[in-house]
Design a protein around this ligand. Structure first.
Ligand SMILES: Nc1ncnc2c1ncn2[C@@H]1O[C@H](COP(=O)(O)OP(=O)(O)OP(=O)(O)O)[C@@H](O)[C@H]1O
Length: 653
């Protein structure tokens, strides 16, 4: 298959994904009544409009407060598309009266929505208002547009990058560059920075768990700024972009965060484009013009007892004046933005955010993409279409991007550009080799299985087990496999949700946890702070998670830990990017057919296992698990290091 054919295939798969996404959205939202939409977290109703103001381009920004279902869980998020509706005509709120926009800020029961209208429509007066999340077409549009451009372009820098990233042309590097190692970094991290300095086309930082990928990326950004004026740093998720923004800003770099942060922190807010505009010396002129325009407009619409030619003419003039002021305000705003962007060193945003109206015309010497192994390929092309050089960071042995369409997934949409590039052009990548998280026994299996045995545990963590929390703790193993084979703990399936649970296995896990915790009375460190063990319990099956949560709630000492957020239970995905002192994994599957379902997703299991710092306990049934060579190797590993225990030992304890 040629590069273009392969890209066209990606285009087809993306279409498939969009259709499936829309279908799922419709199922969940559009056809269902308000009560259902509220329950699925897709709707707030009723709401009140508590304030309005004029934003960029003279468009109305409305502030909304949720009145019904306050504090109920929901899926609203900044940056997402939403639309206000009225329920005053029929029961379902499905009339044509809608006011769409993008959520700008979100705080508990309040949000602001930047609309696409210059005036509030009259039907708003009718009341009975609500707000729905709407389907995010924009992201698909931008991905599609970028892909099309990549496929069609010829004789451009983008065409060259396309050939290099797809491994058809070799990536070029400057030979023998002089390199000053960054003092804070270790050898492999410095090697990665050097590789980025030398790369003419593309460089990859391959960062296995806990190896300081973000630390390295930030230092590489600082180095690149020594020779380049303005860089783009992006990631697929808002959370990752926020973290990068903070870390880069901490280094004293002038950063602007485009788009809306996913959390509210002083540091982040200060770096948003809105905040920077407000701090600009010319902002007061802009504000004054917008305020005056608003006043003229309300004067124009003041109720007149007599409304003749003269009044009509006066209204027309006032409206015209107001419009001119708004235009002038927009010009000032554009000038302020240009001024800010001409001085900024680093722009941070999501992949889709790089096509944001205010920066879509910009190009960059280097574009950095973090978490690239979790991004859909079409998403990565959006910033790359604006790049002269690309740096990707990630780990293709951890979580792949989520794909909703099962067919698109099967046909390869979850295969990332990162993975394609590192497979076809391995010399562009440098793997970080020292990890700062796991006891060496926790690291070893993952290391052997995924990272060619090249990882090392840093001396600060190499032997760091639970003694850290209780020096009197006698047991020395950082890994345990509890085998339930022969116990007759059979999995139970719930056909309606296609989930599986294994209550007896869960009970055993909880018993183990309770016994372990008995050995850790509350202790204090030298500063008198309570030493807090942080524990995570992971299972790939929702039904098992629910069962575990229910049981834990009924055990006071464990329930207390969950309230203090020291104990959490969830899927692998919910622990992504995080670490815990102790990790338990409940494998659930136990049947004589050797069916292991989700467990076959070994990259997910890799993420689960590598969240543990000091202790990893896996509870499962070896006879079922070892049908799969991955788990066969794992069980063998635990036997080799003396970490294998039969559940019988525990039951009879
Ligand atoms: N060269 C170094 N010397 C000492 N500590 C380091 C070094 N590099 C990273 N660390 C530490 O390792 C930990 C992980 O670093 P960082 O957050 O950069 O890792 P990451 O690889 O991005 O993490 P993740 O595995 O979650 O993707 C941090 O506590 C960091 O301080």
């Amino acid at each position: 298959m040629t590069v273009k054919e392969e890209l066209s295939q990606v285009q087809t798969l993306l279409k498939m994904e969009q259709e499936e996404d829309l279908e799922q959205y419709k199922l969940k939202s559009a056809k269902s009544p308000i009560a259902e939409r509220k329950k699925s977290g897709l709707c707030w109703y009723p709401i009140a409009i508590t304030a309005t103001e004029i934003g960029f381009g003279g468009k109305v920004v409305v502030e909304i407060e949720r009145q019904g279902g306050r504090d109920q869980l929901h899926l609203f998020q900044t940056g997402k598309a939403a639309s206000i509706f009225t329920n005053s005509h029929n029961d379902q709120g499905h009339n044509s009266n809608q006011l769409s926009g993008v959520i700008m800020t979100l705080k508990r029961n309040k949000l602001t929505l930047a609309t696409n209208k210059e005036d509030l429509p009259d039907w708003i007066e009718a009341g009975k208002l609500g707000i729905d999340l709407t389907f995010d077409e924009m992201s698909y549009r931008e991905m599609e547009y970028a892909l099309k451009k990549v496929i069609e372009t010829e004789g451009t820098r983008l065409a060259q990058l396309r050939e290099v990233l797809y491994g058809v042309q070799p990536a070029a590097f400057k030979p023998n560059i002089p390199f000053r190692p960054v003092p804070q970094l270790n050898d492999s991290q410095n090697e990665a920075v050097k590789n980025i300095e030398a790369a003419r086309d593309v460089a990859i930082i391959h960062g296995p768990p806990g190896t300081g990928k973000t630390t390295t990326l930030v230092q590489a950004v600082l180095r690149t700024l020594e020779s380049e004026k303005r860089l783009l740093v992006c990631a697929p998720s808002n959370t990752a972009v926020d973290l990068l923004t903070e870390k880069i800003a901490e280094q004293g770099v002038n950063v602007i965060r485009i788009g809306h942060p996913s959390r509210v922190s002083e540091m982040l807010l200060q770096h948003t484009l809105d905040a920077q505009i407000m701090n600009h010396r010319d902002y007061k002129n802009l504000k004054l013009l917008r305020r005056n325009a608003e006043e003229y407009k309300s004067m124009a619409f003041q109720h007149k007892r007599k409304f003749g030619w003269e009044e009509r003419e006066q209204r027309r003039l006032l409206k015209e004046e107001s419009k001119m002021m708004l235009q002038e305000a927009d010009e000032i705003e554009r000038y302020i933005i240009d001024d800010l962007l001409s001085r900024v060193q680093v722009i941070t945003c999501t992949l889709v955010g790089s096509a944001n109206r205010v920066i879509r015309h910009l190009t960059y010497d280097t574009v950095f993409i973090d978490e690239a192994a979790q991004a859909l390929e079409p998403g990565c092309w959006i910033p790359i279409t604006r790049a002269n050089r690309v740096v990707l960071a990630g780990d293709h042995f951890q979580l792949p991007p989520t794909v909703k369409s099962e067919k698109a997934d099967r046909l390869g949409l979850s295969r990332t550009l990162f993975e394609k590039c590192i497979d076809r052009q391995p010399n562009v990548a440098v793997m970080l080799k020292t990890q700062y998280r796991m006891h060496h026994q926790i690291m070893t299996f993952s290391n052997k299985r995924f990272y060619g045995g090249e990882l090392k545990a840093h001396e600060s963590v190499h032997f760091s087990d639970l003694h850290h929390f209780n020096p009197a703790f006698t047991e020395g193993l950082a890994v345990e496999f509890i085998d339930t084979a022969g116990c007759g703990y059979n999995e139970q399936s719930f056909s309606e949700t296609s989930s599986v649970a294994n209550p007896e296995e869960a009970d055993l896990l909880i018993k183990h946890l309770q016994q372990l915790l008995q050995q850790f009375p509350k202790t204090e460190d030298e500063n008198g702070r309570e030493n807090k063990l942080r524990i995570g319990v992971i299972s790939p099956y929702r039904a098992q998670i629910n069962y575990l949560k229910d049981q834990i709630e009924q055990i006071p000492e464990l329930h207390e830990l969950t309230l203090k957020k020291l104990l959490s239970v969830g899927t692998v995905d919910s622990f992504q990017g995080q670490e815990r002192d102790i990790i338990y994994i409940s494998m659930v599957r136990s049947n004589d057919r050797g069916e292991i379902g989700f467990l076959a997703d070994i990259r997910r299991m890799n993420v689960g296992m590598t969240r543990a710092k000091k202790k990893l306990v896996i509870v499962g049934e070896s006879a079922t698990l070892t049908y799969d060579p991955f788990y066969q190797e794992f069980v063998q590993y635990t036997e080799d290091i003396g970490a294998y225990r039969s559940a019988w030992e525990l039951i009879n304890d």
